[in-house]
Structure formats: C-alpha cells, structure tokens
Design a protein around this ligand. Structure first.
Ligand SMILES: [Zn+2]
Length: 289
C-alpha cells in the first residue's frame, strides 16, 4: 500500500526545523501539487530548487514529516507565494501543477506517501487560518501540531476523518461495487465515513445496509490505511453475509453491486496502492477464506 515504505521509516514527530537542500517542498494550488520537471520526469521539488524560485516565501516553510534522512516541508498558501514573489505558479517554466492522483504513481513511491500526507496537512492549515470561536487570526503552536488562537486560546488539531472499507463475503464470492457519478470508475468495496456517535463496527453495518441492503456477521478487522487524499483514516473489515444475498442498490451512491467468484475478481494494478485493492486481492489469492 502507499504507506508501506519499508525498509524506510516514516516519522511525523512534531519539530520545528529548517530545510536542507535535499529536503522535499510541497506547494499546492487549487488542490494540485506543484511539481518540477527534471530530465523529462515530474518530481517533487527539493529545497535547492525552490530556494531561488520563491526567495520571499522561504520563511513560510513548515516542517511536516520525514522519511529516512529526507524532511518534507509545506509552503502555504499559494496566493501569498504568488504575491510575495510576483509570479503565477502556472506560468513558471519547468514547473507544473498536477492532479493529486499523481502521488499514486510517483517514483519513488514514498514521495507519494509524503505528498499525500502533505496534502492532508495543507488542507487543514488552509481551512484553519482563523479561529472558529472568535474569528481572530490563528497562530501555529511551537510545541505541537496545532493552531492556537492568541485572543481566546481556542486550539485546533489536524482533522482526521475515520472511514470504513468492507469486504462482504458469501462463501467463495465477494461483493464488489462501482460508485455512481464519480471519477473513480473501477471496482471497489463498500466504504463510508463514520458518523458521530457510532463505533467503526456500527459504521460497517450501517453502510452495508444503506448501500446494498445486506446483513452481516463475523465482522473481522483487517488493516488500516492513512488516506490523505480525502483527509481520512481507513479501517478495513471482512464480514460474512448474514441471510439473503439479494442486493438492493442505493442508486445515488452506487452504479454496480455484484457478487464475484474468487477467481473472477479483477486484478486492477493501477490501484495497487490502496487498502481496497489489497483486500480484494487477499480474498482472490486465498489469503482470506
Ligand atoms: Zn479565538
């Protein structure tokens, strides 16, 4: 999966650091990361590349996390970068704003994990510039990853939205779905965000009942995955069908809901970095009975 980067290790221990030339710098505009074209390949720009390009915004570089010896920094926000350096990001030669989905296929893949983490934190910083309680300008804490209001003391922490992915088994068959009206058109598993006041197990039962009208038993936790594309943390479960296998599709959410024999489950390599894919393949190859 995208976050599986062994033997390298990921660290998000809070620290205040100054970038070194080889560190990676993430800048986002309209949800798109700014990438650098190097030898005909798009890469995450290093601080050595960023330094001469945005000399008036370097004080904004915020340390986010590290992988091995490489630190990742965020320079937010893109409007201020453009004003301070008198430029438009789209017009920079050798740079390009790309879809966030580029992080799914970037080489090396740990740049993708760092990039998606940077996106998650970028979204939080971008939407917490002002205090939600009194409206004053927030300031970053010097002790932890939080934003603090200097006037009323309100402290806000990064938002993580818990969500579940459910692989529903029926003997040798697995329930696969396709979303309705989404850019993502491949087969997937039932998924949904946790609502306030429920456990992740209750979310599993509720989502499956809402989306396909099925009852479950033998709920088994599998693995989790940080998914910064949607500011979420995914909890993967397997469960057995309990009772009738007739599917009642929620057509606003899903276009397809279909039982697949183990051997007929499609191998979707383009999506190999997700927990959904991992769970589908673990059932297909017999790892999960
Ligand atoms: Zn306040």
């Amino acid at each position: 999966m995208l976050h599986d980067i062994a033997p390298l290790t990921f660290s998000n221990v809070f620290a205040i650091k100054t970038p070194k030339d080889t560190d990676l710098v993430f800048i986002f505009k309209n949800g798109q990361p700014l990438l650098y074209r190097q030898c005909d390949q798009l890469v995450v720009p290093t601080y050595a590349v960023i330094q001469p390009q945005f000399p008036h915004s370097l004080h904004r570089a915020t340390y986010l996390c590290s992988v091995g010896d490489t630190d990742g920094f965020l320079i937010a926000d893109s409007e201020e970068i453009e004003t301070e350096n008198n430029l438009v990001l789209e017009d920079l030669p050798a740079f390009s704003l790309e879809s966030i989905r580029f992080f799914r296929t970037i080489v090396p893949s740990w740049h993708g994990h760092m990039g998606v983490t940077a996106n998650h934190l970028h979204m939080w910083y971008k939407t917490n510039r002002f205090c939600g309680a009194c409206g004053s300008k927030m300031e970053p804490s010097t002790k932890e990853r939080s934003m603090v209001c200097p006037d009323c003391g309100f402290t806000d922490y990064p938002k993580i939205c818990p969500a579940v992915i459910v692989a529903v088994k029926n003997g040798n068959r697995l329930l696969l779905t396709k979303y309705a009206n989404r850019a993502f058109t491949r087969y997937a598993l039932i998924a949904g965000f946790c609502e306030i006041g429920e456990t992740v197990e209750q979310t599993v039962h509720r989502e499956v009942m809402e989306e396909v009208g099925l009852k479950l038993k033998n709920l088994t936790y599998y693995k989790s995955q940080p998914w910064g594309f949607s500011e979420s943390l995914l909890f993967g479960f397997y469960a057995d069908l309990d009772g009738d296998s007739a599917i009642t599709l929620d057509q606003e959410e899903l276009e397809v809901g279909q039982w697949f024999e183990r051997e007929d489950i499609p191998a979707d390599t383009e999506n190999a970095l997700s927990l959904t894919y991992t769970m589908m393949q673990a059932f297909k190859n017999g790892e999960i009975q």
